[in-house]
Structures are given as structure tokens and as C-alpha cells.
Design a protein around this ligand. Structure first.
Ligand SMILES: NC(=O)c1ccc[n+]([C@@H]2O[C@H](COP(=O)([O-])OP(=O)(O)OC[C@H]3O[C@@H](n4cnc5c(N)ncnc54)[C@H](O)[C@@H]3O)[C@@H](O)[C@H]2O)c1
Length: 324
């Protein structure tokens, strides 16, 4: 049985992926400082509470000598905050990744799955975005993902660090068994905020930008169910362990929904009205983001199972009702 380290495995995407890894027979060690994760989300394997900024703590994780690969989810994730406090983002996201890679090299572990983001592409020059699209990140959060990808390429060339960098579009939805779901603090993502507004946990939903050049004026995004993201990680890990070939792969659906369409579908499925207010566009928001998923399907044999908008909202709604 292969043992893998999952940093940020108590967070939203990491905990869903850890569940999938356990299901597929991997032994899982989660390393998380619980700054935004919950220990209740770690459903199996071992949980080590620690911070990636603590070099010695990271080194100790590899002392057992039997970790075969690392899946690196841990990161600060708020684009808006990264504009306001770039030092925090460069400091934490880059140094934590460097510490982790250093400990891996010392321990001779050379298989790395990285949580990258569509933010590395910046404003798309064409849609859907393929992996060889120019990388033009413009917010500090996206820059940190871009720099880690560059570091990985150099470490591959110089030290044989093999990696698959998975560039996610908009992760959404919750575990179909209802065991975990999305719970960021603060929550900046659309679907949980719609559901929080429906449940009265938020006074109203803020719609950022109603004057985009899209059919209804609101931004169009590519929503991918977190369980589909998780299965792509397992496939990527299996591929990496078998072929030792570094890759960049988009994870998205190539299907887009506007903010108003997501609101309308949520109202239809929950039978409740979403209180909302229109606001001006946020810095750096682009009108449309859509992933080409051709490479993920071809290379990983990945198939979407849960990413219909209905399933995303239904699973998220089931989870949010359970919480409240
Ligand atoms: N959610 C999305 O739509 C999305 C889209 C693109 C990329 N991503 C990337 O996916 C990854 C996971 O995102 P998420 O939505 O699950 O976020 P999350 O905040 O729910 O999970 C991140 C986890 O990392 C932990 N963590 C943060 N800093 C740490 C540190 N220094 N040491 C140890 N643990 C630390 C947090 O406690 C948390 O549990 C991130 O790298 C994010 O940038 C997410």
C-alpha cells in the first residue's frame, strides 16, 4: 500500500481528495495547520497538525521514510486578500512550498502533485483555455501558483522532481455522501454564498459586476464538482507514479454558467429566493473563464461524473442544510 502526504488535507479540496485516496487503497497522512481546515474533515489515515512554515516539523513528517508522493493543497487562497497583503501571500505560499520541496529532496521523495489554478492564465486570449495558453497571472495569488510551477520545472530539470500541476477552475459542490463540504472563512465563493444567503446566514448575496460583455452581464465561470477534482488527483498520482512524466493539466468542464444562471438554478432547486445586491466588478475579474478539458481526459482517462450544475448545487445544499 503506497503512503502519500496530503498537505492541506483538512481543507475543502484536500479532504475530499484524501477520502478518494483512501477509497483507492492509498495510506494517507494529512499535514495541516488547521488555519482554514477542520479536523472533523479528516475521515481516515493520520492527521499531523503542523505548519509548512516550520521547516523542522515538515522534515519530521518524512522521517518514517515510507512516503511515496506528496499532494500539496495547503495555501492561502483569497485573491482579494492577496492584492491587499501580497507579502503574506508570497511569504506563505512560496516559502511553504519551498520548505516542502526541500524536505522531499532530503528524503528522496520525487513525486509531487500541485494544486495550481486557472489564475496562472490571467485574462484569457482565447476560450476554452488550453494548457499551452500564455501564462499571464495578474494577481499575487495567481503569481504564487505561477512561481511554484516555475520552481517545479527547475527542480525537475536539476533534481528529477517529477510533478503534475493541476490547474483548477472553480471547485464547487460537496461530498455526495454528505460527509464534508465547502466551508471557507471568510467564504468568497459563489455557490456557498448563495446558499448562505438563502439560509439567512448572510443578509444578501453580492453580485460583483453586472456590466460584463456576457449575455446577462454577469461573469461566466467553469464550475467543477469537488469529487470530480478528487478523482482527477488520484488518476494524476497513479499516472505520475507509473510514468514519472511531469505535466500541467487543467481541471474544468469546458461549460460555463453566469452568476445569474447559478442563482436561478439554486432558486429552482431549493425553492427559495436568493436576496442579492449588485456591486461593481472586483479588481482583475475577467468576463469568462472556461477550461479545455481535453488533456485531462486524454492523458488521465478522466471522466466527469458529478459536475452538472444541478448535482453541484444539490450536494452543496444538502451539506449546508446539515450544517445549519
Ligand atoms: N477552491 C477553489 O476553487 C480552488 C481553485 C483553484 C485552486 N485552488 C487551490 O486548491 C488548494 C486547496 O484549496 P481549498 O479551497 O481546499 O482551500 P482550503 O483553505 O479549504 O484548504 C487549504 C488547507 O491548507 C491549510 N493550510 C494553509 N496554510 C498552511 C500551512 N502553512 N501549513 C499547513 N497547512 C496550511 C488550511 O488549514 C486548509 O485546511 C489551494 O492550494 C488553492 O489555491 C482552489
Amino acid at each position: 500500500m503506497k503512503k502519500v502526504l496530503v498537505t492541506g488535507g483538512a481543507g475543502y479540496i484536500g479532504c475530499h481528495t484524501a477520502k478518494e485516496l483512501l477509497k483507492q487503497g492509498f495510506e494517507v497522512v494529512v499535514f495541516d495547520n488547521l488555519s482554514n481546515g477542520k479536523k472533523e474533515f479528516v475521515l481516515g489515515g493520520e492527521l499531523i497538525v503542523g505548519d509548512l512554515l516550520d521547516k523542522d516539523a515538515v522534515r519530521r513528517v518524512f522521517r518514517s521514510g515510507d512516503i511515496a508522493a506528496v499532494l500539496h493543497f495547503a495555501s492561502l487562497i483569497q485573491v482579494g486578500e492577496s492584492y491587499l497583503d501580497p507579502r503574506k501571500y508570497y511569504g506563505q505560499n512560496l516559502i511553504s512550498s519551498l520548505n516542502l520541496l526541500e524536505a522531499m529532496l532530503e528524503a528522496g521523495v520525487r513525486s509531487f502533485i500541485f494544486s495550481s489554478s486557472a489564475a496562472v492564465y490571467g485574462t484569457p486570449l482565447h476560450i476554452p483555455i488550453p494548457e499551452d495558453h500564455p501564462l499571464l497571472p495578474f494577481n499575487p495569488y495567481g503569481q504564487t501558483k505561477f512561481f511554484v510551477e516555475k520552481i517545479l520545472q527547475d527542480y525537475d530539470r536539476a533534481y528529477g522532481m517529477k510533478f503534475i500541476s493541476l490547474r483548477y477552475f472553480n471547485a464547487a459542490g460537496a461530498d455526495p455522501d454528505g460527509e464534508m463540504g465547502e466551508m471557507h472563512n471568510p467564504e468568497t465563493h459563489l455557490i456557498p454564498n448563495i446558499l448562505l444567503a438563502i439560509l439567512g446566514k448572510k443578509e444578501y448575496l453580492e453580485i460583483y459586476g453586472t456590466d460584463f460583455p456576457t449575455p446577462d452581464g454577469t461573469a461566466v465561470r467553469d464550475y467543477i464538482h469537488v469529487t470530480d477534482l478528487s478523482s482527477a488527483h488520484v488518476l494524476a498520482l497513479q499516472k505520475l507514479l507509473a510514468s514519472s512524466q511531469s505535466e500541467f493539466i487543467n481541471l474544468g468542464t469546458n461549460k460555463g454558467y453566469s452568476v445569474r444562471e447559478v442563482i436561478a438554478k439554486s432558486e429552482e432547486l431549493t425553492g427559495k429566493k436568493v436576496p442579492s445586491r449588485s456591486k461593481s466588478r472586483r479588481q482583475g475579474d475577467v468576463p469568462v473563464l472556461l477550461a479545455s478539458k481535453e488533456k485531462a481526459e486524454r492523458l488521465l482517462g478522466w471522466k466527469l461524473r458529478y459536475s452538472e450544475l444541478e448535482t453541484i448545487i444539490e450536494t452543496a445544499w444538502k451539506w449546508h442544510k446539515k450544517l445549519n
